[in-house]
Design a protein around this ligand. Sequence first.
Ligand code: HEC
Length: 241
Amino acid sequence: MRILMMLAVGMTVIPLAWSAPAGAGNEAEVAEHLIELVKIGRGIVSEQMQNINDPSKADKGFTGNYMSRQVLERFKEATKLDLRIPNVVPQANLYLALVQVEKEVVDQAQPVINKAGISFKGFIPVVFARRVGEQFYKKSGVRVKLTAIDYRNANNKPDDFETEVLRMFSDPRHPKGQSYVRSTMVDGRPVLRMIDPEYAATTCLACHGAPKGARDVTGMRKEGLKEGDLAGAISIVLPLK
Ligand code: HEC
């Protein structure tokens, strides 16, 4: 993930070389790792969609334990950090708390996932990610959220800061894929905010694609996105010591 530090003065956003106090780099890395863990979990749900929505069987074998094992395995492949040997990984407890929440969200969904006789069950990657974000916030005080200007779920509504950054992301001059990081204050407390843009892939278009306004399989109205359009962002608010 490429990162650019920015300093926002009023509504003008001025690019800034990394000049935050020592240690801030580590905090950006923590935010990146948390985003990675959410993306990995969401990818696993995505792989399971056909299995989850198979009306011909009850037990899908897609359990919380499967989720946490796979997340740990893939996180190690992606980052070389093995959370199964937590004492050598800085901030391992925070990461493991997130993996635990990912496990719990899949466990809570078992009655839905394992229902025979219905195909589409509504347990989709974005719903998984929202529930993980909500439950992780309660446990850790760290906010992880999917958001978009044209949001569907009220809990994903962008705040003013997120709206400003999403607008910047949708400007064609913004380098594609570049996330935004800034140390700032929220409710009078210092935080690190990282916002990572997400673009529509072909797999998203069944629900977010054309024709705009038509109903998707979830019964909601499609946004009319094309492949490669900005679909939204993952936003993190990480309290600083
Ligand atoms: C099966 C239909 C479906 C597919 C496929 C799908 N989404 Fe969504 N998306 C939804 C629904 C429904 C919501 C609202 C989820 C909730 O309740 O939090 C949503 C919400 C979102 C949000 C959060 C903002 C909001 O609108 O609430 C983002 C960002 C997003 N989707 C991006 C994507 C991307 C990127 C892809 C492809 C990788 C994708 N979606 C694939 C149905 C879908």
